[in-house]
Design a protein around this ligand. Structure first.
Ligand SMILES: [Zn+2]
Length: 163
């Protein structure tokens, strides 16, 4: 997924803010960490283009492994339980939660190694046989793109909605 990640981060952060509001009254910082988490896995593209130079698909990096984000979520939940005063664990939680959502969404447009480190079988919700010769047609004419448009629509709806 390309365009849906940031709006998806907006949606989950906005919906979860009410639950964690007692921990952090700082809405803007919470949204910042949430939306950063939503795109954080793709920051590995910088490594892919500059250091790895196309050698390994970026979905094989730890930043695209669900296991990595699950551990971060567990650590942030533990931190939330141990520390009642600071708002940082709430930021850590929304950051890592949205990192995992990113991987769920990536599974609609590519493959993700959900069982790593137990098994290195890639998994995808869609068939990855390419129907068209152009990348754009394959991407935009796929039903998963409707899901992406829905996420974008939902985020705009939440943004404009009166409380
Ligand atoms: Zn990604």
């Amino acid at each position: 997924m390309i365009f849906g990640h940031l709006p998806a981060g907006y949606i989950t952060s906005k919906l979860l803010f009410n639950k964690l509001e007692a921990r952090t009254g700082f809405y803007k910082a919470f949204m910042f960490w949430g939306m950063l988490g939503a795109i954080a896995p793709d920051l590995d593209l910088i490594y892919y283009y500059t250091i790895d130079v196309y050698k390994n698909p970026h979905h094989t990096y730890p930043t695209h492994l669900p296991f990595f984000w699950l551990i971060l979520i567990l650590i942030s939940i533990l931190w939330l339980r141990l520390n009642n005063h600071s708002q940082n664990p709430a930021f850590a939680f929304i950051f890592s939660f949205n990192g995992l959502i990113h991987l769920i969404l990536d599974t609609f447009t590519g493959s993700v190694f959900w069982l790593e480190p137990l098994s290195s079988t890639p998994f995808s919700f869609v068939s990855l046989d390419l129907e068209y010769s152009s990348w754009g047609l394959n991407y935009f004419a796929h039903w998963a793109f409707v899901l992406e448009l829905f996420i974008i629509w939902w985020s705009i709806f939440l943004r404009l909605k009166k409380h």
